[in-house]
Design a binder for this molecule. Sequence first.
Ligand SMILES: [Zn+2]
Length: 82
Amino acid sequence: MRVGRLSGVVPDAMRFCFDLVTEQTPLAGARLVIEEPDGQAHCRACGADFPLSDLILLCQCGSADVEVTAGRELAVASVEVV
Ligand SMILES: [Zn+2]
């Protein structure tokens, strides 16, 4: 499971829901592995690429003309059935 830090999903809440949802199913006890890749942003003003750890879109050069290039992903990276 890949949850970008900027996707607005709280991994702890997701783990909790996953346990509830899988409780009465063959998936009970399945492990939810969550990756949290850091966000990445590109500044259109100065061309810098910099990491994003929160939703404050502001480049070090002071420009707010910033494009989020990574960190919004929310995807099932892999499902392993044993
Ligand atoms: Zn900049």
